[in-house]
Structure formats: structure tokens, C-alpha cells
Design a protein around this ligand. Structure first.
Ligand SMILES: Nc1ncnc2c1ncn2[C@@H]1O[C@H](COP(=O)(O)OP(=O)(O)OP(=O)(O)O)[C@@H](O)[C@H]1O
Length: 408
């Protein structure tokens, strides 16, 4: 009897051990399955994002329609922040934060200071929202003071700041949308394809004149000489409105951006004097203007402002070498020289740009002088005499080179 009861209790304990092993095995299998699912999900997401980044998968529509909301949600009252949308026009708000929150948006590109979105509001209004990252740590009062200084710069050739959004986590600038794109695309887009719309000399000259006028305005309204009032002058920051009028944008950010970031990313910090002496001044903008004019005349991208994925040329050195070595005719974009070669106006503009790009900032002209000279350049300018900025002897020499040169 004793043996039988021992056998029974042994059987019972074996049974419960078996059940326990079964439970543990099940738990292990479940944990392994869960673990595999997590790995699979992570890999799937990684692959999906990589494909999206390479434009293999179409962009998510839902993402597009809520992108603006996500961009600002942390700062809104609903998100727990204390976001504020402030309009610069005294007439008062043209729309509410909520309208922006609900607008559908499309990315325009990622610049050096964050993403830019085109936001389509109800009633057909379109604005551009620029997210600002890597700013200096400024108190809200100081930030507002700097933003007001930017907004007060009003000129027909400057893209006006419509509004700003400020919260602890997020700073946004709102601008009108410029319908005809930027100068970079106008100059370099679609080259060598059937889609290319030629960008003629007259339009390039008009762009050079508009930019010079905008810069002069910025310089006249900036007291300090030891700052670059624009700071980031380059072709992607020159826009065209629906009438093809020039609108210079992204001015005044030098006062908001942290200095090491500015040194890495802004054009005014690529000047010879900043590279050697860490000096920045109004003449840094004049140098950037000279480079921009070279870009207009040559159709080549300057190395210092070439967007990622594009190659640039060190244009100041290249043009100076061409003039020195007597092959000036070759620098001009074939799209503007057509059959008659570079005209007097193109040569005149080239010489103005050469003065602007002088290695020594002291030798560069003031932007006011640049405007006066650029305004004198005509679409068909056959006058041989001109003054102050352009050096008559080098001008005559290079004009004859242009006429006599073989195109290499
Ligand atoms: N108001 C606007 N209207 C139309 N296009 C704009 C407007 N503002 C910016 N863009 C375009 O959006 C794109 C991204 O602009 P963003 O200013 O962020 O970058 P970027 O000009 O390439 O570089 P950076 O940040 O150094 O200025 C550029 O192609 C620019 O020309």
C-alpha cells in the first residue's frame, strides 16, 4: 500500500513538473516570437524609410497633410507649449495658428538652417514656413528684438517676413511664397535637356541690379560695419515672384545663428579675410555679391555655395586667371554670348564683380558704389568709357582679348 501511495505521489509530482516545463517552454516560445517580431518590425521600418529617402516609395499623403501640424504641435497650447504666431504687419493676423496647423504642406527642401515648407492654407493662400535650427541661445525678448530688426527691412527686392512663430521648442519664420522659384534653378536647372528655358542676358542683368539694390538697402539700414547685413547671399536665396521680380531672402540671420554654425554654413564666412583673420564686415556681403555676379555671367556654381551633390568652381580665382592669361572670352556662359560674343555690358559687369571679389576687403567698393555702376550697365551697352569702379586699361585690354580670343 505504502509502495502504491509513493508511486501515486511520484506520478503526481512528475505530472506537475511536466506542466511547469510546458508553461516555461510556452513562455520562452512566446518571448522568442515577440523578439523576432520586434526585429522584423524595426528592419521593415528601416527599409521603408530608406526607400522613401531614395524616392522609391511615394510620399505618404497623410504625412503631407499633417506635416505642418507636426512641425509645430509641440509648441501649440494643445501640445502643452506656449507657442505664439506673431504677424509683422500692423493690420493684424492674416490667419490663425490653427489654420496653419491644418494646412496641407509640401517640403521645399532642407537648407542649412532646417526645413522649408510650402503651406497651402484654406482660401488659396500660400505661405512658406522656414524652421530655424541651431540658433544662438537668445532670451525671447532678444529674439523678438532681432526678428523686428529683420522685419523692418522693407524693400521691393527683399522678401518680406510675414510672421514668426516662437515657442520653447520651435522657431518658425513665415514668408510669402515666391511663385517663380530661385536663381539657382533658373541658372542651372535642366541644362542640356529639352526642358531648359534659356536665361537671357537681359534677365540676368535685371537680377544683378535687383540684388544690388536689395543689398544696398540692407547695408544702409545696418549701423555696424563689423557685420554682414545679409550674411548668406547665394543663388538659392534669390527668388522670383510671379512677375519675375527679384526677391532676396534669408537676410539678417547672422544675428540669430550660433557663431560656429554660421562659420560652417554661411557664405559671408567663406571670404578670404574670414579664412585667414576671422574677420566679418559689410564687405563680406560685397564679396558674396561679386561671386553671385560671376555665377550669373559664367553659368557655373561657386564652390563655396554649391549645394550638396553639385560641384562648384572657385570662381574668383578662375575669372582672375582668365583675365590674366587672356582667355576672358571663355568664361561667359554660352547661353548669353550666342553669336556675338560677350558684349560691353557683360565685360563691364565682370569688372565690377572683380572689384567686389578683391582679396582685400578695404579695396572692395561700398555697395552704394556697386549699385551706381551696375545701374549704368545696359543690355546693349556699346559705350567704351566708364568710370570709378572699372579700370579703363584692363577693360580695354580685355575687350580686345574678347574680340581676338579663340574660344578654347
Ligand atoms: N519664400 C519662398 N518661396 C519659394 N521658394 C522658397 C522660399 N523660401 C525658400 N525657398 C526655396 O526652398 C528651398 C529651401 O530653402 P532654404 O532657405 O531652407 O535652403 P537653401 O536656400 O538651399 O539654404 P540656406 O539654408 O543656406 O539658405 C530652396 O530651394 C529655396 O530657394
Amino acid at each position: 500500500e505504502e509502495d502504491m501511495s509513493n508511486e501515486e505521489s511520484g506520478g503526481e509530482s512528475n505530472g506537475s513538473r511536466f506542466v511547469a516545463i510546458l508553461v516555461v517552454a510556452n513562455v520562452i516560445v512566446l518571448v522568442v516570437i515577440l523578439f523576432l517580431l520586434i526585429i522584423y518590425y524595426k528592419k521593415y521600418n528601416k527599409l521603408k524609410n530608406a526607400m522613401k529617402a531614395k524616392n522609391i516609395l511615394p510620399r505618404d499623403k497623410e504625412h503631407d497633410s499633417t506635416i505642418m501640424g507636426r512641425a509645430i504641435e509641440k509648441g501649440t497650447p494643445e501640445g502643452g507649449g506656449k507657442g505664439k504666431l506673431v504677424f509683422m504687419d500692423e493690420k493684424g493676423p492674416a490667419f490663425k495658428l490653427d489654420d496653419l496647423f491644418r494646412s496641407s504642406a509640401e517640403g521645399l527642401g532642407r537648407g542649412n538652417f532646417g526645413n522649408c515648407y510650402k503651406a497651402m492654407l484654406e482660401l488659396g493662400r500660400v505661405v512658406v514656413v522656414k524652421r530655424l535650427i541651431d540658433l544662438k541661445p537668445l532670451s525671447s525678448e532678444e529674439f523678438v528684438r532681432q526678428v523686428r530688426a529683420i522685419a523692418d527691412q522693407k524693400h521691393p527686392n527683399l522678401l518680406p517676413l510675414l510672421a514668426y512663430y516662437y515657442s520653447k521648442e520651435e522657431r518658425l519664420f513665415l514668408y510669402p511664397f515666391a511663385a517663380h522659384g530661385n536663381l539657382f534653378h533658373r541658372l542651372h536647372g535642366g541644362r542640356g535637356t529639352r526642358d531648359r528655358v534659356p536665361f537671357r542676358w537681359g534677365s540676368r542683368l535685371a537680377a544683378a541690379q535687383g540684388v544690388a539694390r536689395a543689398l544696398e538697402h540692407l547695408h544702409r539700414h545696418t549701423r555696424s560695419e563689423a557685420t554682414a547685413p545679409h550674411g548668406n547671399l547665394k543663388s538659392s536665396n534669390i527668388l522670383f515672384d510671379e512677375n519675375d521680380e527679384v526677391l532676396v531672402c534669408d537676410y539678417g540671420l547672422t544675428s540669430l545663428v550660433a557663431p560656429p554654425i554660421a562659420a560652417q554654413r554661411m557664405v559671408s564666412y567663406k571670404t578670404p579675410e574670414y579664412q585667414s583673420l576671422k574677420r566679418i564686415s559689410k564687405k563680406s556681403d560685397v564679396w558674396s555679391y561679386g561671386c553671385l555676379v560671376f555665377e550669373l555671367l559664367t553659368g557655373r556654381v561657386p564652390a563655396h555655395s554649391a549645394p550638396p551633390g553639385t560641384n562648384g568652381v572657385e570662381l574668383c580665382g578662375w575669372v582672375n586667371r582668365a583675365v590674366r592669361e587672356e582667355w576672358t572670352a571663355e568664361i561667359f556662359d554660352p547661353e548669353i554670348v550666342v553669336s556675338r560674343g560677350a558684349n560691353q555690358g557683360m565685360l563691364r559687369l565682370m569688372h565690377i564683380a572683380m572689384k567686389c571679389c578683391d582679396k582685400s576687403p578695404e579695396k572692395r567698393p561700398e555697395i552704394g558704389q556697386v549699385v551706381a555702376e551696375v545701374e549704368k550697365v545696359k543690355v546693349e551697352d556699346d559705350e567704351l568709357s566708364y568710370s570709378s569702379l572699372t579700370d579703363d586699361s584692363s577693360y580695354s585690354a580685355s575687350s580686345s582679348q574678347v574680340i581676338g580670343d579663340d574660344r578654347r
